[in-house]
Every structure is written in structure tokens, then in C-alpha cells.
Design a protein around this ligand. Structure first.
Ligand SMILES: C[S@@+](CC[C@H](N)C(=O)[O-])C[C@H]1O[C@@H](n2cnc3c(N)ncnc32)[C@H](O)[C@@H]1O
Length: 322
């Protein structure tokens, strides 16, 4: 059981010091060494996050506790050491804390669901900017319908619902395990979750959404991720996009988006940097799409593509310019 800072058993200092040093400072130092030896990329941060999680305090408070020479109870020290061991075995940090920070949210995550990545936060920002821009040319009180295809933990749908509360947000996920996590994150925000295949949406959904967002699987077949956290713990269904270039699922998202969007509707999908030219070309040669744009992540890499579904049905002239 997690014990609050105020409940830390100071008497444990006497008992435990006779056998082992359970001071926060020493436990953290040992954990950092153990995580470094295991090749964990950010050993200090991970050790502090795990200790803060066990003590149910912020990392800032934990730092203050360590400086003040605070001692953990035997149970807290044992729990911390157990979690550090699992992290050294490369279980994702977010599985151990049960939470993944995503924009302003702390999403519930665990085995069976893809851990949301920081670059996806940028895709959300582009979508929010687009919603604000679209609202300017729509009647007052416009309530955009947004759908997130392949929602995983619900990251994109949850962030959009939280930050653009006027939107009616839906989310689609095929995996039952992922959908269970998504439901925990999405229900409190009023997002409707549909457990189904994003390639087989019902006819009544057609031409009914203003915005489609997606971070689909896109890793090429045979390109196995190096990090054990990803290779072993992210579900295969979340990783591999299908086909030699991993583009089968991204292309499927574009096809579904075209069916779901109202004329003038807009979609964005995340992808790998190397896939940007192929996806932009696919959209530019599609007679029904226009305003194709490539978007960079915070490190300047081309990581998302967006396009608008034309207001008018495509005319043959669009393909055969004079
Ligand atoms: C790369 S993960 C992204 C999850 C989430 N959108 C995020 O950004 O954190 C892709 C998600 O698509 C789901 N998925 C894969 N194939 C699908 C399909 N045919 N229909 C619906 N969801 C699918 C996977 O289960 C996984 O949750």
C-alpha cells in the first residue's frame, strides 16, 4: 500500500539502519546505478519517478526528502527495490506507475496498450489549431464531430476532448485490451469509444465527421524496434503498419478518412519521417483531396500529414489540368 509522506515511519530509521540503509538518498543512488548498468536510458529520472510513485509524492518533494535524510519504511523500500528491478528488466516506466503523461492529462496505461509518445502531443496541437481555424468559418456554437482512428490508450481523443470541449469526440480501437484502457481514460471526458476495425466503419458514419485524427501502426515489416520496452511491451497490433514499407495501415486511414469526412473536412495522421514523401504524394494524387501539408515534430522531423476533403466532388479536370 502506498504511504503518504506525512505517514512515513521515522521509527524505521532506527530499526532498518541496523540492517540496511533505507534512506531515500542511498536507495536512489543504488537504483540509479542498477538502472544505468541495465542500460536504461534515463536512470536518474526513472529512479526518482519510481520512488515518488511509491511514496505518493511529487519528484520535487522527493528531492527535498532525500536532502533532509528521510528514511523509507521497510515496506516502501522493498516496493521501490522491486519496481527498480522490473525497470532494470526493461518493463516500461509507465507500466510500473500505471500512468503516462500526455499534454495536460495523466493517462491510465498498462500491459496491452501502446504507450503514448511525446511527438503525438504535437499532432494534437495541429488538430486543435485546425479546429479553431475551422470554427471561424462555421456558425456560432458549431459542435465539430471528431474521430480518432486507432485510439490506443485514447491519447489523441482524450486530449482533444479536454482541450476543445465544444467537440463531440469518438474513438475507434480494434484491440479489446487497448480498448479497456481507453475506456478508463475516455469515459470521464465524454468520448464515445467504438471497439471495431478502422477499415470497416458503418455506412451511417459516412460524411459525418469534420475532423479525423490518427496515429496508426506504421513500422515496416521486419524492422523490429531496438528498445526492449517497445519490442516486448508495446502490442504488435500497435506497431506494424503492414507491407514492406509499413504503409498499409496509414493508407487505410486515408481511405477511411475520405469516407468519414464531410466535404471540407480535414484529417491528420502521424507517421515515420521516411514515410512523409509517400504519404504526401498519395494525398496529392488523390483527386478528392487538397491542401496537403506535412508537419514537423519539435525536433524538425516530418512526422505528420494532413489534407482537406474537397467541398465539391472531384472533377476529371482536376486530374487533367489544361
Ligand atoms: C501506434 S498505436 C497508437 C495509439 C494511440 N493513437 C497513440 O497515439 O498513443 C496504433 C493503435 O491502432 C490500433 N489498431 C491497429 N489496427 C487497427 C485497426 N485495424 N482498427 C482499429 N485500430 C487498430 C492498435 O491496437 C493501436 O492501439
Amino acid at each position: 500500500m502506498v504511504q503518504h509522506d506525512s505517514e512515513v515511519d521515522h521509527s524505521a530509521q532506527v530499526d532498518n539502519n541496523s540492517e540496511m540503509d533505507n534512506s531515500a538518498e542511498v536507495l536512489l543512488r543504488d537504483a540509479i546505478q542498477r538502472l544505468s548498468a541495465a542500460g536504461v536510458p534515463s536512470p536518474r529520472v526513472d529512479a526518482e519517478v519510481l520512488a515518488a510513485h511509491v511514496l505518493d509524492v511529487s519528484r520535487g518533494r522527493l528531492a527535498a526528502m532525500a536532502i533532509a535524510g528521510r528514511v523509507l519504511t521497510a515496506a516502501q523500500a522493498a516496493r521501490f527495490t522491486e519496481l527498480v528491478g522490473e525497470r532494470a528488466d526493461r518493463v516500461p516506466l509507465q507500466h510500473l506507475t500505471g500512468r503516462a503523461p500526455f499534454r495536460h492529462l495523466q493517462l491510465r496505461v498498462g500491459p496491452g496498450v501502446f504507450i503514448p509518445r511525446p511527438e503525438t502531443e504535437q499532432v494534437v496541437q495541429v488538430a486543435l489549431d485546425q479546429l479553431s481555424s475551422m470554427a471561424q468559418s462555421r456558425p456560432a456554437g458549431w459542435r465539430p464531430r471528431v474521430v480518432d482512428l486507432g485510439t490506443g490508450s485514447g491519447a489523441l481523443a482524450a486530449a482533444i476532448a479536454a482541450e476543445h470541449p465544444q467537440a463531440e469526440v469518438h474513438a475507434v480501437e480494434l484491440s479489446a485490451a487497448a480498448a479497456a484502457w481507453a475506456e478508463l481514460n475516455l469515459a470521464p471526458l465524454g468520448v464515445t469509444l467504438h471497439q471495431r476495425d478502422l477499415r470497416e466503419v458503418p455506412p451511417e458514419w459516412e460524411a459525418s465527421f469534420d475532423v479525423v485524427v490518427s496515429n496508426p501502426p506504421y513500422i515496416p515489416e521486419g524492422m523490429v524496434p531496438r528498445e526492449e520496452e517497445v519490442r516486448v511491451h508495446d502490442p504488435e497490433l500497435a506497431l506494424y503498419g503492414g507491407g514492406a514499407h509499413g504503409l498499409a495501415m496509414p493508407f487505410a486511414v486515408i481511405e477511411t478518412a475520405k469516407r468519414l469526412l464531410v466535404p471540407g473536412g480535414w484529417f491528420i495522421l502521424e507517421h515515420a519521417e521516411v514515410q512523409a514523401p509517400a504519404l504526401a504524394a498519395r494525398c496529392r494524387t488523390d483527386a478528392a483531396l487538397s491542401a496537403v501539408a506535412t508537419h514537423q515534430d519539435l525536433t524538425g522531423r516530418d512526422r505528420a500529414t494532413s489534407a482537406t476533403l474537397d467541398e465539391e466532388p472531384a472533377s476529371p479536370m482536376k486530374e487533367w489540368p489544361a
